[in-house]
Design a protein around this ligand. Structure first.
Ligand code: DOR
Ligand code: ZN
Length: 428
């Protein structure tokens, strides 16, 4: 089976490529890239006017299975990923049971194989039961197929546990993904602490709640030589700490979410629980710092922190509502419309942040359009305009603060291992 992706603008940052060319795929592998490739007996996909990228990778999603299938499962979550333009997702281990043993990893991989439509790379826990007390059997988790470890959803409270995790993972060359939050400072907080939390009468979460842990974990990475990856950084102070760490040669990487880049704490005034997320949406000055950090390369990748919730978890008193945003189906359009479309981010950099950026952090053999590599391809129509309609999401999580917004620039075709899995927002 041959597929010729014809006439698109290929952007492949890993190979410094930005040119109109064709891509020829055979049996799931990229076999040729060039100008005017002879179609011979291939199925031809005319993508003129579209942007052809390596398959996008989302290194931070919550697929919720096993245990929380009423919020999301592997079948729905990977479909949401595919229509959102993602060919690979890494799933966080705060499931039930948590991913702290090889059988749970195997369950996820088998389920993904059977019911999933994109590549799924599981992440195991740092600590047993995600209790922050004792290190998980990390070697077993990696042998079973985990690509990293994280206690995401919660911070690792004890510095000694984080130290051991960083020390131990060095041997395997994988990062520790840290959810940076000082629970004592963030306690009961509902939104970012600042002018608007005062006006709206909601308990605030100060930027320092994140930054204290960023500082601790960077210092522990320095102590151990391990690789710390900071999940969903959201404050100016965190960015400043990462810059200093980089200058010192400390092994640190970080991600930012589309919502933290584009929405400010002012919108919490509607008391819409779909805006409630952890870390919280910050103030404009923090957003400006995040965008600058995207532009200057301080931020390594964009990840959604796709956190689907069932309706009852959001349609309740604001204080009781669950935290999280369903992000897979809007991420690319949000970045295209709000950043690329506004001249705040180059298209080339955006593709890097969704492809070789995350692939490099996790050492995945993906994220580039190279001959001989699996044909994971994301095709974007920069002119497509569509409204965000959560009721049409493949994800069970309809919890998005972007609902009703008209966005320009959408993923239109997603190809995984040579197969078209999504087209025009529909799973094929
Ligand atoms: O908003 C969030 N939701 N932040 C997290 O860290 C966890 C996530 C979840 O699992 O729902
Ligand atoms: Zn998360």
């Amino acid at each position: 089976m041959r597929l010729l992706v014809k006439g698109g603008r290929i952007i492949d940052p890993a190979n410094e490529l930005d040119e109109i060319m064709d891509v020829l795929v055979e049996d799931g592998i990229i076999i040729k890239i060039g100008i005017n490739i002879d179609p011979q007996d291939s199925e031809v996909l005319d993508v003129s006017g579209k942007i052809v990228c390596p398959g996008f990778i989302d290194m931070h999603v919550h697929l919720r299975e096993p245990g929380f299938e009423y919020k999301e499962d592997i079948a729905t979550g990977t479909r949401a990923a595919a229509v959102g333009g993602f060919t690979s997702v890494c799933c966080m281990p705060n499931t039930d049971p948590v991913v702290d043993s090889a059988p749970v990893v195997r369950f996820i991989r088998e389920k993904a194989e059977k019911a999933g439509v994109v590549n799924v790379f599981p992440i195991g826990t740092i600590s047993k039961k995600q209790e922050g007390k004792e290190l998980s059997e990390v070697a077993d988790l990696l042998a079973a197929g985990c690509v990293a470890i994280s206690d995401d959803g919660k911070p690792v409270k004890k510095a000694s546990v984080m130290r051991n995790a960083l020390e131990y993972t060095k041997m395997f060359g994988i990062p520790v993904l840290s959810h940076c939050e000082d629970l004592d400072l963030s306690h009961d907080g509902q939104m970012h602490e600042g002018y608007y939390s005062t006006i709206y009468g909601l308990k605030g979460i100060p930027d320092a709640a994140e930054e204290l842990m960023v500082a601790r974990d960077i210092r522990l990475a320095e102590l151990t030589g391990g690789h710390i990856h900071l999940c969903h950084v959201s404050t100016r102070g965190s960015i400043e700490l990462v810059r200093i760490a980089r200058e010192k040669g400390i092994n640190v990487s970080c991600e930012v979410t589309p919502h933290h880049l584009t929405l400010s704490d002012e919108i919490l005034g509607d008391y819409d629980a779909d805006t409630k997320v952890n870390p919280p949406l910050r103030s404009i000055e923090h957003i400006q710092a995040l965008i600058e950090a995207l532009q200057d390369g301080t931020i390594d990748c964009i990840a959604t922190d796709h956190a689907p919730h069932h309706r009852e978890a959001k349609d309740c008193e604001f204080q009781l509502a669950a935290m999280g945003i369903s992000g897979l189906e809007t991420a690319v359009a949000v970045i295209m419309d709000r950043l690329v479309g506004q001249g705040l981010l180059d298209m080339f950099d955006m593709v890097r942040l969704f492809t070789c950026g995350p692939a490099e952090i996790l050492d995945l053999d993906r994220g580039t359009l190279e001959i001989g590599k699996p044909a994971d391809i994301t095709i974007i129509d920069p002119e497509a305009v569509r409204k965000v309609e959560p009721e049409k999401f493949y994800s069970k999580g309809k919890n998005t603060p972007f609902k009703g917004m008209d966005l320009k620039g959408w993923p239109v075709i997603t190809i995984v291992n040579g197969n078209i899995v999504a087209r025009g927002g529909i799973i094929v």
